[in-house]
Design a protein around this ligand. Structure first.
Ligand code: ADP
Ligand code: MG
Length: 430
């Protein structure tokens, strides 16, 4: 029996110029009774969009989304969602925040109070009903977010990076508490769909992992996990699964894209969310002992002590710039990467700039425009508008900021923060 069924679900949003941008293309998915499924994928691959379609918050453009055989057209009483940002009302007490979900369902006050008390107790917040959100730590705030979802006795729980905003230990504790409730049948919930950035988290929690590919978002891989819970993060089986998932997430090498495949070949490429110091930091770590140029990604992640959501964009940047190869869960330095590590600061920046011009069309495009501009300067707004043809405003801004940071470092162009103008680099105009 499937709780959720998606068939051929597609979703586009209109870009700034009015053209449609496909975010999800033809997604088929089922959530079975009794299942926890984790959804992994790069930032922007459409994970939240998929969850919002299932939650009935936005409609699909094509295909069918159903909950227990009923088409989903609007938020459904049996489906509750937990957000990364907690989404609590700051002026309401914990108790009032939790009761909100029941108010919407028209549950009388006395019963609301009783049920909120019970769920606060269940989630470890007994005695905190009168507190305001700002008096709570991040972990406790998210407990309130979870309580607000659970108080409706949801059939299905959707969790969108619910543990990502918390520090590692707090996130782990909360995740384990959730699993104990689920595995101990303490909650009536029949299915959980979690979106995560964290491979270990997905492997520790899920019965099945789905990996989304990006631009447009679609299902690329699926991994079944048949280990009983609670699982031991250090066990051979769990480590092997983590390895397998890392492998799947990196099996389509970014360098293929850099070599001219569609993803990075145009200005609308989603430059990875990382900065120069992280790129060089990971490169140095890879080059040094104990890796000496070749690492298993889970091992490198342990050594780097950085979360997957920071490491994956950094690997992508290294591959894009030709400094490393990433494939099947491994990363190794290219000969160019080795030169880079050995080079002095001036030479590093030169190499960075050269690679940028060769592999990042947006940077090359900006550079060309500046060269043909008599004043040698241009407002950044022009490129923001260009990027808004591909991305939402916030994402366009982020991509431009990456292009500016990288370009300044590689002395491909300069940027004046007072005037918001791009310029030819100082070294060349002087
Ligand atoms: P993820 O959760 O995997 O990071 P999202 O589902 O949030 O990805 O977003 C996927 C893409 O859809 C992103 O490029 C985002 O900018 C775009 N997008 C999401 N919501 C909207 C919207 N309301 N309008 C326009 N674009 C959107
Ligand atoms: Mg998201």
């Amino acid at each position: 029996m499937n709780l959720i069924e998606l068939q051929g679900v597609a979703k586009s949003f209109s870009a700034a110029d009015g053209s449609a941008r496909t975010v999800l293309s033809s997604v088929d998915f089922e959530l079975a009774d009794g299942e926890i499924v984790a959804l992994l994928g790069k930032s922007g691959s459409g994970k939240s969009t998929l969850l919002r379609i299932i939650a009935g918050l936005i409609p699909a453009d094509h295909g069918r989304a159903a909950y227990r055989q009923q088409a989903i057209h609007r938020p459904v009483a049996g489906i509750a969602m937990v957000f990364q940002s907690f989404a609590l009302f700051p002026w309401l007490t914990v108790q009032q925040n939790v009761e909100l979900g029941l108010e919407a369902q028209g549950v009388p006050a006395a019963e609301r109070e009783k049920r909120a008390d019970a769920v606060l107790e269940l989630i470890g917040l007994a005695g905190f009903g009168g507190a305001l959100p700002r008096e709570l730590s991040g972990g406790m705030k998210q407990r309130v977010g979870i309580a607000r979802a659970l108080v409706t006795n949801p059939d299905i729980l959707l969790m969108d990076e619910a543990f990502s905003a918390l520090d590692v230990l707090t996130g782990e504790t909360l995740r384990n508490d959730m699993l104990a409730l689920w595995d101990g049948d303490k909650i009536p919930t029949k299915g959980i769909l979690i979106v995560s950035h964290n491979i270990e988290e997905a492997v520790m929690m899920a019965d099945r992992i789905i990996i989304l590919a990006s631009d447009p978002g679609r299902i690329r891989d699926e991994v079944h996990i048949r280990l009983p819970r609670p699982r031991n993060a250090d066990s051979v089986e769990v480590r092997a699964l983590i390895d397998e998932v890392y492998g799947l997430m990196t099996q389509h090498p970014v360098q293929a894209a850099a070599a001219g495949a569609p993803e990075s070949a145009h200005a609308g490429y989603r430059l990875p969310a990382t900065d120069v110091s992280r790129i060089e930091g990971v490169l140095d770590m890879l080059a040094g002992a104990p890796f000496n140029g070749h690492a298993d990604l889970p091992r490198l992640a342990e050594e780097a002590e950085l979360p997957d959501e920071e490491l994956f964009p950094t690997y992508e940047a290294l591959a894009l710039l030709g400094l490393a190869h990433v494939d099947h869960g491994d990363i190794h330095l290219t000969p160019l990467g080795q030169h880079y590590v050995d080079a002095d600061q001036v030479r590093k920046q030169e190499m960075f700039g050269q690679q940028l011009l060769t592999h990042v069309p947006l940077a090359a495009h900006i550079r060309r425009d500046l060269e043909s501009e008599p004043s040698g300067t241009l407002p950044d707004k022009r490129y923001l508008e260009l990027l808004e043809e591909f991305f939402e405003a916030e994402e366009a801004q982020r991509v431009l900021e990456v292009a500016i940071e990288w370009g300044r470092y590689g002395e491909v162009y300069g940027y004046d923060f007072h005037t918001s103008r791009l310029t030819l680099p100082e070294s060349e105009t002087a």
